[in-house]
Design a protein around this ligand. Structure first.
Ligand code: GLN
Length: 549
């Protein structure tokens, strides 16, 4: 079968959930036995999304190959089996950067370099550069139709329809059909205008996904079809749902997958959605529940911990349990936790940068350690666990990370100045290195020690997990820390990097230098999240027994 392309655009307002819509279409097509890949085109000028402020932009998602990408790629990987790489996300800035570099090298032979065709050609080249052998590439265009920024992307996909033909390309447009209380009516006008805007630039959408609060009647659908020039059964209700993993099921009920394969002239079996149905049922009717404190800096912006939140939900699915997440602002804990953790069953310190709230996080870890409450540390959460243990168990006064105290007498966490990266390149870094360019990024191997909690979880002695950090455990202090009960249970095969630590005599205290949250999926919950939730459930049951006494 020839590779086919589905382009997903968004209209009316931002935040309609185009990423989840694209990912859900991917899940549906996979359930029909087709292979998919997903690409996100971001209309901003930044060349390196890794340096963008998570307050503004949400989480930076890291792929196996170490690309720092948009958080939508996280949805793509969670909903499908596709594995993203640097080819799956690019920004306007990267396109211009490439075109200008070519111009500087004289590749345009002195010709006038223009948006059409040079920028659009570069966009098309990258869209067409998807993995060979994949049946369908889903291409999500960031931004909202009508934005100045997304015009070159829209022009490029308009051209691609002519280049590849109607049976090989499909335009899906996500719009909003608001319910206006005063009129007690749903309104189709914003959708009409948004489609008009698309048609003005030469794109006639084939399918409309209408975000709504309630189901669209057939009459409504007919009206939208008439005004927007689409087939009646190509108007799909994309009703608001509490559980995002229900989206593929809803789309299927609305007939979306059949419409897509029909329009693309693909023969495919009926989708098998039983697994999706099962996880939705588990999320909606959990048998148990557990309360987890996430102690961080960006706690007010939940989008900056997107993958983490989802991974906790997945850990819950694996234990038939609802996970109530309590976000605790670490700055509130600087004088020690008070009542913050009275009602929780486990503490998690996620990754982070910058020194705000560091002492509060260390206090939270101390609380989990001394109260034998399950603790799960991710990246910075491991570095701070080492510092907590160093200061309070090993008696290493003033122990710190050089990230937060450059002149510390006891640098338990520090910058390794020269090291070899995953591409076998020698990397040099010091505190003056370029922001963004010097991190350990992407998947690295790790040997897991037999008999450890980590081994129990993974049941494998060699794992690959994704990284995004500059600082590392300082081997000079290995002995001092091991003497007081810290165990190194995950280490890089060359023995250079500590990847997982645990604590003797504690029921579940595990912290890792990598980010397991980037590899958890609802259909395949990550083993560390599964076991952290399991341990927290156990803690909860014991606490309840103890309270009854
Ligand atoms: N700031 C720490 C480092 O750069 C941890 C980073 C993280 O948690 N992702 O090493």
């Amino acid at each position: 079968m020839r590779q086919k392309f589905i382009f997903i655009t968004g209209g009316v307002v931002s935040s309609l959930g185009k990423g989840i819509a694209s990912a859900s279409i991917g899940a549906l097509l996979e359930a029909k036995g087709l292979s998919v890949t997903l690409v996100k085109l971001d209309p901003y000028i930044n060349v390196d999304p890794g340096t963008m402020n998570p307050f503004q932009h949400g989480e930076v998602f890291v792929t196996d190959d170490g690309t720092e990408t948009d958080l939508d790629l996280g949805h793509y990987e969670r909903f499908t089996h596709s594995v993203s790489s640097k080819r799956n996300n690019f920004t306007t800035g990267q396109i211009y950067d490439a075109v200008i570099a070519k111009e500087r090298r004289g590749e345009y032979l002195g010709g006038t370099v223009q948006v059409i065709p040079h920028i659009t050609d570069e966009i098309k080249r990258r869209i067409l550069d998807v993995d060979e052998g994949i049946d369908i590439a889903l291409v999500e265009i960031g931004g909202t139709v009508g934005d100045i920024e997304s015009l070159p992307f829209l022009e490029a996909i308009r051209q691609l329809r002519n280049d590849l033909g109607k049976e090989n390309t499909l335009f899906v447009h996500l719009t909003l059909v608001p319910f206006i209380k005063a009129a007690d009516e749903m309104k189709t006008k914003p959708t009409q205008h948004s489609v008009k805007e698309l048609r003005e630039i030469g794109i006639q959408p084939d399918i409309l996904l209408c975000r709504t609060e309630r189901f669209l009647s057939q009459g409504m659908k007919d009206k939208i079809a008439l005004f927007c020039n689409v087939e009646k059964d190509a108007v799909i209700t994309a009703k608001d749902l509490d559980v995002i993993y229900e989206v593929p099921l809803l789309y299927n009920e609305e007939g979306l997958d059949e419409k897509i394969t029909g329009m693309l002239n693909i023969w495919a079996k009926k989708p098998d959605l039983s697994q999706w149905q099962k996880i939705v049922d588990t999320i909606k009717n959990p048998k148990k529940q557990v309360d987890i404190a996430v102690v961080g800096k960006y706690v007010k912006l939940i989008d900056s911990y997107k993958s983490l939140n989802e991974s906790l939900v997945h850990g819950g699915i694996a234990n038939d349990c609802k996970v109530n997440i309590h976000y605790v602002d670490s700055e509130e804990l600087e004088n020690g936790p008070t009542a913050h953790f009275d009602d929780v069953d486990g503490i998690l310190v996620p990754g982070g940068f910058g020194d705000r709230g560091i002492e509060g996080k260390i206090n939270a870890i101390g609380h989990a350690r001394t109260n034998k409450m399950p603790y799960f540390g991710l990246c910075l959460g491991m570095q701070l666990a080492v510092i907590e243990i160093g200061r309070n168990l090993a008696g290493l006064k003033g122990a710190h990370s050089t990230e937060f105290d450059e002149g510390t007498a006891c640098p338990l966490i520090y910058l390794i100045e020269e090291w070899t990266d995953r591409d076998n390149k020698t990397q040099k870094r010091d505190r003056f290195s370029n922001k963004g360019g010097t991190m350990r990024l992407g998947a690295y191997p790790c040997k897991v020690k037999a008999g450890s909690l980590a081994f129990k979880a993974y049941n494998q002695d060699l794992i690959h997990e994704r990284h995004r950090h500059r600082y590392e455990f300082n081997m000079t202090y290995r002995e001092a820390l091991e003497k007081c009960g810290m165990m190194i249970t995950g280490i890089s095969p060359d023995g250079a990097f500590v990847e997982i630590i645990e604590l003797k005599g504690h029921p579940w205290f595990l912290a890792c230098q990598f980010h397991p949250e980037f590899k958890s999926k609802p259909l395949m919950p990550h083993p560390l999240f599964r076991d952290f939730i399991k341990a927290s459930l156990k803690y909860r049951q014991e606490k309840q027994k103890w309270k009854k006494r």
